[in-house]
Design a protein around this ligand. Structure first.
Ligand code: DSN
Length: 422
């Protein structure tokens, strides 16, 4: 049993860390990983992540660097940019942001000033911290106005978005978030942004792979600025990109460097290129549609077990379940499920009466299990396991946990993961 690529040198030089890496690889193999923002990268992406490119400083952009020796790095970054432009059909791509939060901060730095009004989805309704939530710098340094979802439908309340936009005239409107189970209507957001002269920013971190694979409508043509992480449904390394229409290219580049960051992480850039190469291939379309088919099948099966799903189901890779009717909080349910080999996260649900650290819901995603090769026919079994563990844990009965963990292990033995072999 070992990590792939194998780690003989690391094992000899630092067995303590090598053993922890091996343990994590095994853990990732032995669980159904359903954290909606996670995935398994390919071995090619893993290999690109650990290269000598990490030795190089390259502050600046291709042809305009502050250090010598950029003959190769410029090619790596340009190739990554070209692939991002081709996969998403955008004018310009900056592939240097270290992750999603710095990418979003760069947008603020490029297009707004502290104290300006911005608008984003409230965190408990599915938004992201950096869309102006209270505890984030973006909520402290900007006048953040927050929209949400309708209680009856669990879907974005566009009447509220329009009203708030007209009243507050924000400079930026963020569309997207971290716990949105339904298709994001970029066209309606764009219409509202146009009406109040705001710049629409589509944060597609969660759905980038679905957009690339044609399983979610693209924001291109609606949002002049698009931010994304690269490690969720897009299945690349941990990193981010900002894609823009030509008119915003210069301001965004200046905001990323020198505005916010130092040297880009060049191994990550190369690994993003590899992931984008994979996303451009014919198999990725099947993957993206498979992710959605799995989520829909799982949502249907969970509904049959009486789960209360926010918005009543899903259009994408993500399901948000309110466990109030199962008489258990999200946190004890998530902890019990993890012990049963089903890894997901507790999550607030819209209008949650409980606190974020002990909320009412769980968030469930299908990006990683689809990479493992699980299909819609496996989802009823997963729903049944989730129900058994949640129902028993609510009664204080832990006896099913080990049984379910054994059954999960049996199923997963037939589905190898990239990065580890038995
Ligand atoms: N932490 C990410 C998620 O889990 O959705 C968002 O930044």
């Amino acid at each position: 049993m070992s990590h792939q690529p194998p780690l003989p040198t690391l094992s000899a030089a630092d067995p303590e860390i090598a053993n922890l890496v091996e343990a994590e690889a095994r853990r990732q193999h032995d669980k159904i990983r359903m954290i909606a923002s996670e995935n398994y990268v390919s071995q090619a992406v893993l290999e690109a992540t650990g290269t000598v490119l990490t030795n190089k400083y390259s502050e600046g952009y291709a042809g305009r660097r502050y250090y010598e020796g950029q003959q190769v790095i410029d090619q790596v970054e340009n190739l990554t940019i070209d692939r991002a432009k081709a996969v998403f059909g955008v004018d310009h791509a900056n592939v240097q942001p270290y992750s999603g939060s710095p990418a979003n901060l760069a947008v603020y730095l490029a297009l707004a000033k502290p104290g300006d009004t911005i608008m984003g989805m409230a965190l408990p309704d599915g938004g992201h911290l950096t869309h102006g939530w209270t505890v984030s710098a973006t909520g402290k340094w900007f006048n953040a106005v927050r929209y949400g979802v309708r209680k009856e439908t669990g879907r974005v309340d566009f009447d509220q978005v329009r009203e708030l936009a007209r009243e507050h005239r924000p400079k930026l409107i963020f569309a997207g978030g971290t716990a949105i189970p339904r298709t994001i209507d970029f066209a309606t957001f764009a219409e509202i942004a146009r009406e109040v002269d705001a710049v629409l920013v589509a944060d597609i971190a969660h759905i980038a792979g679905l957009v690339a694979g044609g399983a979610h409508p693209s924001p291109v043509g609606h949002a002049p600025i698009i931010t994304t992480t690269t490690h969720k449904t897009l299945r690349g390394p941990r990193g981010a990109m900002i894609m823009t229409e030509a008119e915003h290219a210069k301001a965004i580049d200046k905001a990323v460097f020198p505005g916010l960051q130092g040297g880009p992480h060049n191994s990550t850039t190369a690994a993003i290129a590899v992931a984008l190469g994979e996303a451009a291939g014919p198999d990725f379309r099947d993957y993206a549609h498979g992710v959605v088919a799995n989520a829909k099948a799982l949502a249907d099966a969970l509904l049959e077990h009486g789960f209360d799903l926010v918005s009543g189901g899903t259009d994408n890779h993500l399901i948000l379940a309110d466990l109030t009717s199962k008489e258990i909080g999200g946190k004890p349910a998530a902890q019990a499920l993890d012990r049963a080999g089903i890894e997901l996260n507790y999550n607030t649900v819209p209008f949650d009466p409980r606190k974020p650290f002990d909320p009412s819901g769980i968030r469930i995603g299908t990006a990683a299990l689809t990479t493992r090769g699980l299909r819609p026919e496996h989802q009823p079994r997963i729903a049944e396991w989730i129900d058994r563990v949640v129902t028993a844990t609510a009664r204080g009965d832990e006896s099913v946990i080990d049984t379910v963990a054994a059954e999960v292990g049996e199923l997963l033995a037939n589905f190898p993961m990239p990065g580890w072999v038995r």
